[in-house]
Ligand binder design. Structure first.
Ligand code: SF4
Length: 373
């Protein structure tokens, strides 16, 4: 595979669940993006926007009452949707691995961290080491992996790669004996143990303080250049996106609102929601008492407004915003899902995001209509 070949192609991904009351909800609705070999793609949005369910849907790690469909869900040219559960188990933790948000609840508290990394290396790392059920049980709960075994040596090596001091000693520790930053490094080592082509990192720095967060981000960047692995980085923090990502997908209420290069998004955001997110980032150069906020909350999954889901919070909303949304290509590889970019909308409006006065009346009308429903 050459440097620019598409590694993962997601087209019109849709995940639905049926609630106990029989209501269908759609936490992922028509999400599309691609990621190339060696690239870092950021998926950003508030809580409840569908970021984590998107990641879990790619690996079909969805509960039984959920359904995942897509026009295309291809990894290395192969259709993931048609794979059997057995094949998917080989891909999960192998070609595609995940780093979860909270290492304390993701790591097994009664098994040493070395054992947990060694297990992944044994199953996915081509080490030619026995991995049958009973030998796994014996290793886990009775004797542990021998320190001379290839998988244990790989675990120690990976702990060293992710910057854990005294890796031989630390490999024998249990998760509670490590700090938060170290546990997150263990999660990264575990993700690397299967020699993945793609790592999905779901808010991997949320539980960490800013100093450790910076160290972990540096670590991920270094590992990416060393191993050429692609990363999907899920976060609610645009500042983190700016640090680490080549391109960004902005999710809101289960839909992709804007998709562009990190540079373009930060220099000239086109979608009102992206603009609001960027304005809410504190700047050390500004002396102000209050930060800008995007007023209101993401609409719930069962009470989505007709038309644009952002309309109740958008200061540019106008009549057309009650109609179904479409994505518009504003430039090459830059799409925006907003009626301001519709061909029927006057060019002054399209280019005039800062001017909002005339739109605010329409916004009030829309809000009043929605309250009546
Ligand atoms: Fe949505 Fe309309 Fe605002 Fe665009 S202008 S984000 S379509 S409410």
């Amino acid at each position: 595979m050459n440097e620019t070949e598409t590694l993962l192609k997601v087209e019109n991904l849709r995940t639905t669940f049926e609630t106990e009351e029989g209501v269908e909800i759609t936490p992922v609705n028509g999400v599309s993006f691609e990621i190339d070999q060696g690239e870092t793609l950021g998926i950003v949005g508030e809580s409840g926007s569908g970021k984590s369910v998107t990641a879990l849907s790619i690996l079909k790690l969805i509960e039984d009452n959920g359904t995942v469909t897509a026009d295309s869900l291809e990894f290395q040219g192969e259709d993931l949707l048609s794979k059997s559960e057995k094949d998917l188990r080989q891909i999960r933790g192998g070609d595609i691995s995940m780093i979860f948000q909270d290492p304390m609840s993701s790591l097994n508290p009664v098994i040493t961290v070395g054992e947990q990394i060694a297990e992944v290396a044994r199953h996915h790392g081509n080490l030619d080491e026995s991995s049958g059920f009973w030998s796994e049980m014996k290793r886990k709960y009775v004797s542990g992996t021998e320190v001379t075994a290839p998988s244990w040596r790989r675990a120690v090596e990976l702990l060293e790669i992710v910057g854990i001091p005294e890796p031989e000693k630390r490999a024998k520790d249990y998760p509670h004996q490590l700090s938060g930053g170290m546990k997150q490094r263990v999660m990264i080592a575990q993700a690397l143990a299967g020699d993945p082509s793609l790592i999905i990192a779901d808010e991997p720095t949320t539980a960490l303080d800013v100093t450790i967060e910076a160290q972990i981000l540096n670590e991920l960047r270094d590992l990416q250049s060393e191993f050429g692995v692609s990363i999907i980085f899920i976060t609610h923090d645009l500042a983190v996106i700016r640090e680490i990502c080549d391109r960004v997908v902005v999710l809101y209420a289960s839909e992709v609102m804007e998709k562009a290069s990190t540079e373009d998004i930060f220099s000239t955001p086109r979608h009102p929601y992206t603009e609001g997110l960027l304005k809410s980032i504190p700047k050390v150069t500004e002396d102000r008492e209050r930060l800008d906020v995007v007023e209101g909350n993401v609409p719930g999954l069962v009470d989505r407004p007709p038309g644009c889901p952002f309309s109740a919070r958008c200061e540019y909303a106008f009549e057309m915003c009650e109609e179904p949304l479409e994505s518009h290509n504003v430039e090459d590889e830059w799409t925006v899902r907003c009626h301001l970019y519709h061909d029927d909308v006057n060019a002054d409006v399209k280019n005039g995001l800062p001017s909002t006065e005339t739109k605010s009346q329409h916004r009030e009308t829309i809000n009043a209509d929605q309250r009546k429903q």
